[in-house]
Design a protein around this ligand. Structure first.
Ligand SMILES: [Zn+2]
Length: 453
């Protein structure tokens, strides 16, 4: 007798076959003037990609690929456009859209720019409303070319897992999501100054607090129960080495990677010593720490979220700023820019493996989430990253960071058919990534604005 699991697998296979029978194009050939391989920097021109049931089968000259395609294959001709692999955002927050608080709130003695808006976003929306917000932001990311993202917290108890499952089941459009569930933090973590009488349920909805190595292991297991893809930890200098090491050890025992938010030299060293898989932000990394990360194969996930005064721009577009506050922001933006330019140069020199994440969690007036996210990445070029390395950060390197190098981040046989196209040459003008014209995920066309030829 077959087990219930086998039966449910059989039902799934049958229903998947029915869905496929309805799909118009199981075999597709996408043709374009150029195909840029970010890993090698090579350009194939002209190029064609043969796609069968959502997987790339062949990449080559159009004449050869079309000869290998079966009769009746759908042909999509993108003219002179440049094809690239679908883009990967290694660090985002799809279930939150923080609105900048007014200046008087920001300049209060406590809680700064982010926390007042974060609190409202958490307490003024139900978990269900946040998942639906996530569905909107996921679709907006996908429409801008982000076909894979890692969601690293601020998703309620399991909202990112639910969103991932709904996207995978085809119920809502969105990128492939690697979901981390709740962030692990030290007690107090993000919210230092909440009213203790109401704090607990707010904190518990977003965070798993760790006060001992055993609690750290338990927090990992709790996230495993919710079926997460990886573990996210946020540490400042408020956690012990034993706790950090316990998290990584338990997660690795469960075959999950660990992404550790660390920005100070002390916390970065702790993450390195614990054997983290990636260090998120890493702004305060010393040259010695970058060298240790390189030697241990730990990825740095750069997040140029606010590079070039973007936080100030968001505030300007959202709230009224006094002249004094505006000039204080401008001078701190200048210093932050110089520091970031220095970090980027040291990272490039160090040889550490690195990718990039938008860390996008702000409401950005007049822009979709995908448009706001793309701008964060092109600003890496302003910070001194060569265009090909920006592309690698969003494709080849990000796929390595995810451990998904066999399925995303490359236009190669065997990979998922996740493609984007831009009209111009992204090496000559990296801001082409802000104007993605064509998006395909899993062999399905999400948008095609290449226009008539
Ligand atoms: Zn983040």
């Amino acid at each position: 007798m077959r087990s219930r699991l086998e039966l449910s697998i059989a039902v799934f296979v049958v229903s998947a076959a029915l869905v496929s029978a309805d799909s118009p194009a199981l075999v597709t050939v996408v043709k374009a003037g150029r195909l840029l391989d970010p890993r090698t920097g090579n350009v194939l021109s002209p190029a064609a990609v043969l796609i069968d049931h959502g997987t790339i089968k062949e990449v080559g000259a159009p004449s050869r690929v079309q000869a290998d395609a079966p009769a009746g294959a759908q042909i999509i001709d993108l003219g002179s456009a440049t094809l690239l692999p679908g883009l990967i955002d290694s660090h985002t927050h799809l279930l939150i859209d923080v609105i900048a608080p007014p200046e008087a709130e920001i300049t209060r003695l406590y809680n700064g720019r982010f926390i007042p808006g974060l609190l409202l976003a958490i307490v003024a929306m139900s978990p269900g409303e946040r998942v639906l917000l996530g569905a909107q932001l996921a679709r907006e990311d996908l429409e801008s070319g982000f076909t894979t993202v890692r969601n690293l917290g601020f998703s309620g108890v399991d909202g990112d897992v639910a969103l991932r499952n709904a996207i995978n089941a085809g119920r809502v459009p969105g990128p492939r999501i690697l979901a981390s569930g709740r962030k692990l933090t030290a007690p107090g973590g993000y919210f230092q100054r909440l009213n203790p009488a109401v704090a607990e349920p707010i904190v518990q909805q977003e965070f798993l607090e760790i006060g001992s190595p055993e609690a750290a292991r338990q927090a990992v297991r709790t996230n495993v129960f919710y079926n997460v893809d990886l573990i996210k930890v946020a540490i400042e200098d408020d956690i012990t080495q034993a706790e950090t090491t316990a998290i990584v050890d338990e997660a690795h025992r469960q075959h999950l990677k660990v992404a550790i938010h660390a920005a100070t030299p002390t916390s970065i060293q702790m993450a390195i010593d614990a054997g983290a898989d990636s260090i998120e932000h890493g702004n305060g990394a010393t040259d010695e720490e970058l060298k240790q990360m390189r030697d241990k194969g730990i990825f740095l996930d750069l997040t140029p979220t606010f590079y070039g005064g973007r936080a100030t721009k968001i505030l300007e577009e959202t709230i009224v700023l006094s002249p004094a506050f505006r000039s204080a922001l401008a001078s701190s933006d200048d210093k932050a820019r110089q520091r970031y330019d220095g970090l980027v140069q040291r990272v490039l020199r160090s040889g550490v493996k690195w990718a990039a994440g938008s860390d996008m969690c702000w409401f950005s007036p007049g822009r979709s989430r995908g448009q706001a996210t793309a701008k964060v990445f092109t600003s890496l070029h302003d910070a001194g990253v060569p265009p090909l390395d920006v592309l690698r950060a969003l494709t080849t390197n990000a796929a390595g960071l995810l451990g998904w190098q066999d399925r995303v981040g490359a236009v190669e046989p065997g990979a998922f058919a996740d493609l984007v196209a831009v009209a111009g040459d992204p090496i000559a003008d990296i801001t082409e990534l802000e104007r993605v014209r064509f998006v395909m995920k899993d062999g399905q066309v999400i948008r095609n604005d290449v226009g008539p030829r």
